[in-house]
Design a protein around this ligand. Sequence first.
Ligand code: FE
Ligand code: FE
Length: 327
Amino acid sequence: MGDKQKFGAGIWHFATYVDRYATDGYGPSRGLIEMIDLAGQVNDLSVVDINYPFADKSVSLEDVEKALERNKLSVIGITPEIYTQQFAKGAFTNPDPGVRRLANEMVNDAADVVRRFGASYVKLWPGQDGWDYPFQVDHHELWNASMDGVGELASQNPDLNFVIEYKPREPRVHMSYDSVARTLLGIEKIGLPNIGILLDFGHSLYGGESPADAAQLAIDYNRLFGMDVNDNFRSWDDDLMAGSVHPIELFEFFYTLRKNNWEGVWQLDQFPFREDPVAVANGAIDFLKVVERALDKLDFDAMRAAQKKHDAITALKMAEKALYSSY
Ligand code: FE
Ligand code: FE
């Protein structure tokens, strides 16, 4: 891989945010073109994932194309916003069939944008598909609707890949696609080749998984289509700068990708509420380059030998030495 490793980011990394406390936002709101121009200031960013519909309705596909071009960026994925107000009770699992139809239409529109930009996938993040209360839903119906919604889209667009980004919770108290195992189970049940997982390192941590193990499982089922990184304190999707809290687990995650010859973009999904987004992106990419150098340095055969014996101390020391000497 060496210098060829590509880095990417969700364009929302360069937005400003509102939460339930700072209802006036953490800064003046930014339009999509401004966000793309900020992404262009990051030292080593090649691709972005863009939300659809665009943040500002006045922006045309041509405007976006021009902004991407002048910033030497391309599009890896399009994320349809199937989690905003109209989908408060779910997109694929909404009790109203009319709203489920709207979700399907929005994702199909996003699919056309993926074709237009020559992107790699449509990203599904069904953040409102789930439940909040005991007895609120019929779990059989909800899970079937989750699979049907994704299956229908994948069969309507056999020329494109769809990725599901799972997450345990938020905004829904419990998300339907909550873990690697459940998401794989759903994908295998649907049984189509063009549905995979986008593994978010932070969601995996937050869900109590080991991201390295989750990645291996998704790879073993040929369903790891994409990934993104960030960090958190494990009790919430904090979306902090990658490497800031769990550097060793991040290293094991990338070790797993390299060991399996998984090649793809290393993407950032961070929410710099209070920090300069360009500085946070640069800070994360700097650390990812440390990880990359550490992988080049690590003796994979020796690591395999230590793991054959489940020799925790030898394996961990090798990992630590490679990582901490690669700055
Ligand atoms: Fe993510
Ligand atoms: Fe997240």
